[in-house]
Design a protein around this ligand. Sequence first.
Ligand code: HDD
Length: 677
Amino acid sequence: MADKRHENEKDAQLESFRVDDKGKYMTTNQGLRVSEDELSLTAGVRGPTLMEDFHFREKMTHFDHERIPERVVHARGFAAHGEFQLYESMEQYTKAKIFTDTSNKVPVFVRFSTVNGSKGSGDTARDARGFATKFYTEEGNYDLVANNIPVFFIQDGIKFPDVVHSFKPEPHNDIPQASTAHDNFWDFVANNPENAHMVMWIMSDRAIPRSFRMMEGFGVNTFRFVNAAGEAFFIKFHWKPKLGVHSLVWDEAQKLMGIDPDFHRNDLWDAIERGDYPEYELGVQIVPQEDEFKFDFDLLDATKLIPEEEVPVKIIGKMTLTNNVDNFFAETEQVAFHPGNVVPGIDFTNDPLLQARLFSYIDTQLIRLGGPNFHELPINRPICPFHNNQRDGFHRQAINIARVNYHRNSLQGNTPAPASPEQGGYKHYEEKVDGKKIRGRSKSFIDFFSQAKLFWNSMSEPEKKHIIDAFSFELGKVKSKSVRRQNVDLFANVDLQLAQKIARNIGVKPPTQGGSPVTKTSPALSQLNTTMTAKTRKVAVIISNGFHGNVIKSILDYWKKEGLVVEFISEDLGPVKGTNGVVLEAVQNVYTAQSVLYDAVFMVRGSSTDKMFNEKAAYFIDEAYRHKKTIGAIGEGKKWLEANQMVNKPGVVTDENVTEFARHFVQAVAHHRHWNR
Ligand code: HDD
């Protein structure tokens, strides 16, 4: 791994825990040098293994206990280190140092995840993605535990076990893995209409991101900022990726589950190793307390978003991911997030989903990480000192030297002492709360369909088509006809045409009435309105010996300048020689490379005498074309496009002039996909 370590306080702390075994003697965990690691201690070469073989027992016992329970949700994840830099002080709204001190770069650790699948499932499943960030601030750890979808399935956390049970593999046979295309999930959907909005998002392109680097992140719940004067503001958090928000197509996502189940992991890892550090801007929507009831939905309802056109997202800083982890288990697996990890100036609201979250995250770590001391694990430790009277428990690291372990005391001057707010002590926002103890839901939470319709209205035509296709795929897999029909009836409340189209595709009688009257749109919700750039997009260059060295070199030089990443595919792995002494390195051949691994294709070579090559190359281009990707060809390569009637089609670049070709290709790649093909 290239050493691009970005030194900061967290990195320095982690450094003290890093262990390098290279060049060292092998020892037991007690430090005793081991003289033999392949042969057990036995009574004679053909005799039984002896109990006294402590080395064997230690090695085997440790191995037997290597696994810990996977996360009950978000089991499959991938993480990186980075830094957060604030653009401007937000002191008007919050006293949190992380949001007021622009001089400081705050170390962060970010874990991306799918929600549904097991730890060993594929990256490109149709699912929400987790986007959890731990800020190691000087006032303590602050966790922003976000998803790439701004709303949630349910309004009250007491239903979380129900929704999760419904989408996980069914209990009788543990099928299907990492998929919501089954009866239990859709039975839950139909019978819990509050999830209609979230399900629209899950059926949309947002649920099959192109890359972790091309996803938004949303805090979902409404949080609170509190400034030094004690004034509070409602806050929605947003991460906006600098590369824009882009998705795969469903056929591609399904194929990637087999061809490269680690597609998103590889993408993030490689980008960081190359120095293409992923960047996300942090934005906040700020609502003054007095505007709490200004909206046609309830700010405390996590199934609703605040349209960006109504309350603009104020961009306040940028996060850059600069380092891959050294050890997946120690860092990515053992990191423990908790929405309740806040700092002075950031507070909660009465959102019943958030309130439930505040209980669940600590509770789940106790079983997952095996005790109450997981905050001492290197990845979870704050960079600031921490002192209290908590003691003991499994795997305690700290050796608390004081005799006193209680408050109040006289033997230690009543320390560790609580701090006043002026001294940095956290003080909860003093919200007046007065009510009867009831189990009930506010009437302001009851509109389940207006924002689902707002989302539908805001989609472009291709996005709408993808949503219909996704519903048809998922509901088509549902065996119960009654559940299929119930869902069509549910989504008829959102949009009649949508429900009718799905009904036709899944063998259910199309509904004749329904539909939400909402006509509003929110352009910010459509991925067609996102940043379009070719930067870091991956191009497959299909090439063979004898290519025109100078021409290809000038194209590649230009693309490099524009930030494209190229990979050469030839008949054989190894050097590919062109004229003018230009030599390229083929790292893939037609046996290993598949079009779904790339954003675009550049055909330099013509057909071959090798039948297999011709078949594979033809399939490669055809598949890329069907997935609406940019295709470019020069010279001999053009024959492939002519043979497949692709010439002059949108996103197919064939300019004769080399400079124009290189430029137009980049422009086409920046488009992401050519839906008008
Ligand atoms: Fe959660 C993990 C995000 C609702 C209970 N959640 C988890 C992770 C993310 C989210 C990103 C993975 C963290 C990591 O990488 O380790 N969760 C969300 C968002 C929600 C949400 C954005 C909607 C606002 N979650 C939610 C509710 C509950 C939970 C309503 C329970 C009442 N979530 C958990 C958990 C997990 C978790 C069971 C499993 C592993 C973990 O916490 O550490 O506690």
